[in-house]
Design a protein around this ligand. Structure first.
Ligand code: GTP
Length: 598
């Protein structure tokens, strides 16, 4: 198709503001699928996938729209991940577009994720079309939201489109705005091929499916292609587009968006942001913006029962088939035995994977507190990346330590500003900006150490704002910090899996609170258990779990048998997550006790 009739765009929205519903309306409006079929698609997605032999993952679709000017346009809607930890993937999806719809809920207003993603879109020079969604709600305040968009996103909202994705209001106006306002794609069909890889996933029938945006040149079935960043070469087996069902084609042209299958077996062999070219007439430069993304948060994952070690490894291997951003390598802890050190793109990513391991793979796990990656500069001039407290070099060898920071955007009702600022200060946050978004809402911009955010920050933010604060972040580089290793000793023995890296200013109170917390969670045993916190050789806090005296069921003797059973059951459940450290039974809670502090 002539490039002037192509539009590539995505939808930017805060969670729940209506991105998916609006995408469905656009698909429906262009008649890509009949309403009835759409419903079926959702109901029988698995069947359709089986029948066609391809998984439909992303909402990246090609639509054909007959505009008021009488021309038929090819609209490529490009999906963006809705997850705060996937900033880089979002940036690559936006790089595939010339424009974006900014969808804002008319009753909620602009939220943190809207702002963070708009900044990214503006950086990439995208044409932005504000859409004020959910105007059907009685609580909708479209004029107020328009003002927020103008004041805080800096967009002209005079032509913002009022819409209700639910009631199909504004859909046609949105389609017309896409055609009129978003420029056609750039790129030159006669130059050596350059295609941006902006998404990929593993398909059990087809191997890896790669979503691309063609800039220069074309790609045909049978072409030998090369990934410029990795240097890998493959032959193209299939090409196609989602409509939203897959339609196979012979060729993708400059400016277009579609999928490629090229016999790639492992997801990790395809890097998001890489550039595909042709072996026969290769381009030399990568498209701008490529980054090799690396995990930023690490934790140890151990089976409670050592015999589950192989199952845990198999489960992790299966998970990375579909998510190549996870890393794992064997780790051996004195306290916990054999397990894995696992890396994730962020805290939420880590929590999702932990939950999947337990739920989908039915594993009984002990996880250790999350750690970020420190840059440790040694006196001998070497720099080592440390993602586990046990790997921290001796104090005497360390010149300085740098830790990763993030730039955070938080939007919240003004009533909660006090407690939230207090939380941010407590978390070593540095205020960059504070503004009123409206009379009742405030936007805060802070630089915070990532380590402070991985320590249970989301929950604390939620409770400090009664759930009203929205939060988004992007990486903000490394800065020097005075970090120390805090060790925990149980009956005089250091427990490696309980060590943490803390800022020196916080080490004392963290040590104190940690021993108190551990005292609460470590059950009484046959003997006294001494818990100590230490900085190097110096003990900074201690407490004792006294030996127990009574059998837990003793008080039920002669009493109700079901109650006794219940107690025993409870005890058993607790035991499932116990790890014997030396002679002491330590429950899972102890290894995450640090998260409950501060
Ligand atoms: P995530 O998928 O979680 O990122 O959310 P999303 O932004 O895709 O939002 P989604 O389309 O799932 O909509 C969130 C909720 O808002 C759903 O319950 C929708 O039914 C509802 N919703 C979407 N658009 C409208 C609208 O125009 N009016 C009303 N009243 N509700 C809407």
């Amino acid at each position: 198709m002539d490039k002037k009739f192509i539009r590539n765009f995505s939808i930017i929205a805060h969670i729940d503001h209506g991105k998916s519903t609006l995408a469905d309306r656009l698909i429906e409006h262009t008649g890509a699928l009949e309403k009835r079929l759409m419903k079926e698609q959702y109901l029988d997605r698995m069947d359709i996938e089986r029948e066609r032999g391809i998984t439909i993952k992303a909402q990246t679709v090609r639509l054909h729209y007959k505009a008021d000017d009488g021309n038929i346009y090819q609209l490529n809607l490009i999906d963006t991940p809705g997850h705060v930890d996937f900033t880089y993937e979002v940036s690559r999806s936006l790089a595939a577009c010339e424009g974006a719809l900014i969808v804002v809920d008319a009753s909620q207003g602009v939220e943190a994720q809207t702002i963070a993603n708009v900044y990214m879109a503006v950086d990439q020079g995208l044409e932005l079309i504000p859409v004020i969604n959910k105007i059907d709600l009685p609580s909708a305040e479209p004029e107020k939201v328009k003002k927020e968009i103008e004041d805080f996103i800096g967009l002209d909202a005079s032509e913002a489109i009022p819409a209700s994705a639910k009631d199909n209001i504004g859909t046609k106006e949105i389609m017309e705005a896409i055609v009129k306002k978003i420029p056609p794609p750039s790129g030159d069909g006669t130059k050596p091929t350059k295609a941006l890889v902006f998404d990929s996933w593993y398909d059990p029938y087809q191997g890896v499916i790669i979503l691309v945006r063609l800039y220069d040149g074309n790609i045909r079935v049978g072409d030998s292609i090369k990934f410029l960043a990795t240097g890998r070469e493959y032959e193209v087996d299939k090409i196609g587009v989602f409509n939203p069902l897959p339609i196979f084609e012979d060729e993708l042209y400059s400016g277009e968006v579609g999928f490629i299958m090229a016999g790639v077996k492992r997801l990790k062999d395809v890097k998001i942001g890489d550039t595909i070219t042709l072996v026969s007439n290769p381009a030399t430069d990568l498209l701008p913006g490529f980054k090799d993304v690396k995990p930023v948060v690490f934790c140890g994952i151990y089976p409670v029962d050592t015999k589950d070690y192989d199952d845990l490894r198999d489960a992790l291997e299966k998970l990375i088939l579909n998510d190549s951003s996870i890393t794992f390598e064997p780790e051996n802890s004195v306290a916990l035995g054999f397990g894995f050190r696992c890396g994730f793109l962020g805290l939420l990513h880590m929590e999702i994977i932990q939950e999947r391991l337990e739920r989908e793979y039915d594993l009984n796990l002990i996880t250790t507190a999350p750690t970020v990656v420190y840059h440790v500069f040694k006196k001998d001039g070497e720099m080592v990346e440390v993602d586990s407290p046990v790997d921290l070099p001796e104090v005497t060898e360390i010149e300085k330590i740098e830790e990763p920071f993030i730039s955070a955007t938080i939007i919240l009702p003004s009533d909660f500003v006090g407690p939230v600022i207090q939380l941010l200060q407590h978390r070593r946050g540095i205020q960059k900006n504070m503004n009123f978004l409206s009379e009742t809402r405030v936007i805060l911009e802070y630089d915070i150490p990532l380590a402070e955010v991985v320590m249970d920050f989301y929950d604390k933010l939620k409770s400090s704002s009664k759930g009203y604060a929205s939060f988004d972040y992007e990486p903000a580089g490394y800065k020097e910090s005075d970090m120390v290793k805090l060790d925990i000793l149980i009956n005089k023995e250091p427990v490696d899996a309980l060590s943490i890296i803390a800022h020196r200013d916080q080490a004392y109170y963290k040590g104190k609170e940690l021993v108190e917390k551990l005292k609460e969670v470590i059950p009484r045993q046959m003997f006294d258990v001494a818990i100590q916190a230490a900085l190097g050789n110096k003990i900074i806090a201690r407490s004792t779990v006294k030996a127990y005296r009574k059998n837990v069921t003793a008080k039920c003797y002669g009493g109700d048998i079901t109650r006794k059973k219940k107690l025993l059951e409870k005890q058993k459940e607790g035991k499932r997550r116990m790890k014997r450290v030396g002679k002491v039974d330590v429950p899972q809670d102890a290894f995450l006790a640090i998260l409950k502090i501060g």
